[in-house]
Write a protein that binds this ligand. Structure first.
Ligand code: HEC
Length: 314
């Protein structure tokens, strides 16, 4: 029985060891149909710049600075994006691997949008061109570029957001406009807008889903009743474009009296243990005066009895 157990343990150890080693050596197979997928995003300096900041945010921690081979020592090692091994893959292969992940390589299917993944691939490809042109090593120690600025120039047109509050049904309406090539202000349809209520610590989203502007460039949300506001029931509301890297950044804020007025309690006026004597808790006041009464009462009683003795002697 005992030797059976030993054999079982030894076998399972061997099995897991082969699994780990197998993972290190088995090439990452990508289905042929996925391999030949072409990058659908048109390349531009702005796209490469965006891919670079996405790489710094999501990939650099493991894959390191391209060309420096300073990735994390994982097994298998995250491939250096500037290496021939990495560059030898097709765009479709890269996309598939980023999409599905394997072992320590996370699955980015839902983490990064497809367009953003293709932008990272454009950035990685730009490394190859640079290094073969003799531009030397590329070190990515800069902070991610301000995405909103990059994309505003990407879409070309600055976008504006105006927020209005309608008292009759306590709703908010955001109107988005852009200035077109002819210099006219026109509605911006299909832009996702998120609404928030400003709090001391962070922002409270008003609705779970993000709605898009309609043909008139408008999108609305109704404010739930009974949200706690300040002492006058005021809520500080603001709205912004939910995907600033795609549509450009714009936001607007307003104050509306549609919340529940919150009653401010002044802790120095409450009966609390740490309060001043006037507002001490009742049980402390009763205990204190009770004890005082008992002590003085006992003393008075003793004095009265002593006086009785004195009278008898007289
Ligand atoms: C938590 C660490 C980690 C992060 C973060 C990470 N990777 Fe990886 N990556 C790995 C590891 C480990 C491998 C090797 C996996 C294997 O071969 O089983 C790998 C492999 C890859 C491969 C396949 C390379 C080859 O030679 O087959 C690609 C492509 C890739 N990563 C791209 C990315 C991109 C793009 C990002 C950012 C969006 C990213 N990775 C983020 C750890 C990471």
């Amino acid at each position: 029985m005992k030797s059976n157990l030993k054999l079982f343990l030894a076998l399972s150890l061997l099995w897991s060891a082969t699994l780990v080693m197998g993972q290190a050596t088995v090439p990452w197979q990508v289905p042929a149909a996925k391999k030949s997928v072409k990058n659908p995003v048109a390349v531009s300096p702005a796209v490469i710049e965006k891919g670079k900041s996405l790489y710094i945010t999501h990939c650099k921690s493991c894959h390191g600075d391209p060309g420096k081979g300073n990735g994390l020592p994982l097994v298998p090692k995250p491939t250096d994006p500037a290496s021939d091994k990495y560059q030898g893959q097709t765009d479709g292969e890269m996309f598939f691997k980023i999409q599905t992940g394997r072992g320590a390589m996370p699955k980015f299917a839902e983490v990064i949008s497809d367009n953003d993944k293709w932008s990272i691939i454009h950035f990685v490809r730009s490394l190859k061109k640079k290094s073969s042109a003799g531009a030397g090593e590329i070190i990515l120690d800069t902070l991610p570029a301000d995405l909103s600025v990059a994309s505003a120039s990407l879409s070309g047109q600055p976008i504006t957001l105006k927020l209005k509050y309608r008292d009759s049904d306590t709703s908010l309406i955001a109107t988005l406009t852009i200035v077109n090539e002819e210099g006219e202000t026109v509605p911006a349809p299909g832009v996702p807008v998120a609404f928030f209520i400003r709090r001391y610590f962070g922002n409270l989203p008003i609705s779970e889903e993000v709605d898009h502007t309609n043909q008139e460039g408008r999108v609305g949300v109704s404010i739930p009743r009974n949200l706690p506001g300040d002492t006058s029931g005021m809520l500080h509301i603001f709205a912004r474009i939910a995907e600033p890297d795609k549509f450009g950044a714009a936001s607007d804020s307003i104050d509306a009296i549609c919340g529940k007025p919150s009653v401010m309690v002044n802790i120095t006026e409450e009966r609390t243990l740490w309060g001043r004597s006037r507002v001490a808790p009742l049980y402390i006041i009763i205990t204190f005066f009770g004890a005082l009464l008992i002590v003085w009462g006992t003393m008075g009683y003793v004095v009265m009895n002593v006086m009785k003795i004195a009278k008898k002697e007289a």
